[in-house]
Design a protein around this ligand. Structure first.
Ligand SMILES: Nc1ncnc2c1ncn2[C@@H]1O[C@H](COP(=O)(O)OP(=O)(O)OP(=O)(O)O)[C@@H](O)[C@H]1O
Ligand SMILES: O=P(O)(O)OC[C@H]1O[C@H](OP(=O)(O)OP(=O)(O)O)[C@H](O)[C@@H]1O
Ligand SMILES: O=C(O)c1cccnc1
Length: 492
């Protein structure tokens, strides 16, 4: 079976909404297919009512774009499509056009693991209108999910305050591809390992785990089961102690731990998967300490998320390692990020770029027009603000005012002397050629960790986080306002 990594290396051009193909056809028919355009992918609200988001999914996008082509089976399928009157949906010449389509866009993107915020372009695609359009759905599919899960994982690992979080989600994830992508994104977001062995193999993520209740239940007694497991894995024993009676389970673990020690081996720890985790972990800790196992670790699992972990910490639960499944990989409390992909500018026949805006009653839905970039200002290792500005207007002045795109009364003055400037968008493809050297998954995870350190804890807290300033440079703000007024015919 070909999934994920392999899948993304074969033709996936039909993994799109039908309307992308009908638009592609209509662009082609009206002679606009090759007109140059710029699209931006961005989201409007941080997920989980949080204060930040971790970008993820770029590696999949790179594979997707490198393999962007319609293969013969795809073309045959499209050629056979019919309108309701039996006429072919797509002309033969269009099928031929698709056959020869060669990916030739420029793509810039923020690197995976980067902390991002609403309105920041995460991916920018510049190239023939038809190609930009065809990329909309797959790019959104990839970024929306992985960014969501990386962010959830980051919130959970932040709540664990440096302790290991194991991702146990495979059995409850949204299908096979959802599970694999979730394991990858969870690792980027800070999890230490996954229980998903295929994700381990495909993505080079550490694999880890304990054992299930069925192991205990298959024996006549818990003690017998622990002994048998210790025989099989003398160096990797984490005993699940709550199958029948948690306190008795800890006693049995200690007994087997002692016999392991006689053989020169150490039990790694225990896992508690039910009941009051604060209460049982505290009792278990005391029992393990008194029984001569102060180093034995306590793993906890059972429907955990960042809120429960935080609560358990406040209760002084004695938990060392957190196993988190369902609520992480399904992004339980917010199942979609809601990122969108919008046309920002189009090149006219005169050669000039024309900025484009989508007007909406809801100001949050008005996109940022024009080819734009984003710079992050950093001072002494702390991020101060992000400024979105028109590409081609380099950030060279001393003083800037950035304006909140949704509330023009929210402004921030920035004197950029002495500040570091980080241009978040990095070149990924130039004219269809990959120019980006991909970091490995461990470097991406490190990038996420380093990125988070740039931000004050006020932006990272779970409840009512402090809003990090992201604003439009004044010129861009004015362009957007003028354009909206013009489109609403208020400009006379
Ligand atoms: N001390 C605690 N403080 C807050 N939440 C807790 C505490 N202990 C456990 N929890 C959480 O409360 C929920 C308890 O769920 P539930 O009632 O289904 O558990 P259980 O009945 O003990 O377990 P199971 O159904 O697996 O036998 C879980 O989400 C668990 O993580
Ligand atoms: O709770 P999650 O965060 O999804 O973590 C994964 C869960 O999967 C296992 O449960 P299992 O499938 O054996 O079911 P049960 O323990 O709920 O009965 C494990 O014991 C965890 O409880
Ligand atoms: O290894 C474990 O303990 C594990 C794996 C998957 C789900 N729950 C627990």
């Amino acid at each position: 079976m070909k999934i994920t990594k392999d899948l993304y290396q074969s033709s996936l051009a039909l993994l799109t909404d039908f309307y992308q193909l009908t638009m592609a056809y209509a662009y082609w028919k009206s002679g606009k297919a090759e007109q140059e355009a710029v699209f931006n992918l961005f989201f409007r609200k941080n997920p989980f009512q949080g204060g930040y988001t971790i970008a993820a999914g770029l590696d999949y996008i790179i594979d997707y774009c490198r393999n962007f082509r319609f293969d013969e089976a795809d073309l045959e399928y499209l050629e056979e499509m019919q309108n309701s009157d039996g006429s072919p949906t797509f002309q033969k010449e269009f099928i031929e056009y698709l056959r020869n389509l060669d990916f030739s866009c420029d793509i810039e993107a923020v690197e995976e693991g980067t902390v991002v915020f609403p309105n920041i372009p995460i991916v920018k695609v510049k190239g023939p209108l038809i190609q930009c359009q065809l990329l909309e759905t797959p790019l959104l599919n990839i970024i929306n999910f992985q960014t969501l899960i990386a962010t959830k994982a980051s919130r959970i690992t932040e709540a664990a305050k440096g302790q290991s979080v194991l991702e146990f989600g495979l059995r409850r994830a949204q299908g096979i591809d959802g599970a694999l992508a979730a394991s990858r994104a969870s690792y980027i977001g800070g999890c230490s390992a996954t229980s998903n062995v295929m994700a381990g193999k495909l993505f080079d993520i550490p694999v880890s785990g304990t054992h299930a209740h069925s192991w205990i239940m298959s024996f006549d007694s818990e003690l017998e089961a622990f002994h048998a497991y210790a025989d099989a894995f003398p160096d990797k024993c984490v005993f699940l102690v709550d199958t029948y009676d948690t306190i008795n389970g800890v006693k049995n673990a200690i007994e087997v731990g002692k016999s392991l020690r006689e053989k020169g081996k150490e039990m790694v720890g225990i896992r508690i998967d039910s009941g009051d985790l604060a209460y049982y972990s505290t009792i278990a800790r005391d029992m393990l300490d008194e029984g001569g196992f102060p180093k034995a670790q306590i793993v906890a699992s059972n429907d955990l998320d960042e809120q429960i972990i935080t609560s358990l910490k406040i209760q002084d639960a004695r938990i060392d390692i957190w196993g988190v499944g369902t609520k992480l990989v399904t992004a339980y409390d917010q199942p979609a990020l809601g990122a969108v992909y919008k046309l920002a500018a189009i090149r006219k026949s005169s050669g000039e770029w024309e900025p484009k805006v989508k007007v909406s009653q809801q100001s949050i839905k008005i996109n940022i027009p024009g080819d734009h970039d984003v710079v992050r200002f950093v001072k002494s290792g702390k991020a101060l603000a992000d400024m979105i500005y028109l590409t081609g207007n380099p950030v060279e002045k001393n003083n800037y005012v950035i304006i909140d795109p949704n509330d023009p009364t929210k402004r921030k003055k920035i004197n950029i002397n002495g500040l570091e400037k980080d241009n978040l968008l990095k070149p990924i493809f130039e004219k269809g050629k990959k120019v980006y050297l991909r970091p490995d998954i461990h470097q991406i995870r490190e990038n996420a960790k380093r990125n988070l350190e740039l931000f004050d804890k006020a932006h990272k807290r779970l409840v009512n986080p402090h809003i990090y300033p992201v604003g439009l440079e004044e010129g861009l703000y004015n362009l957007r306002t003028d354009l909206v007024l013009k489109m609403k015919n208020y400009d006379e």
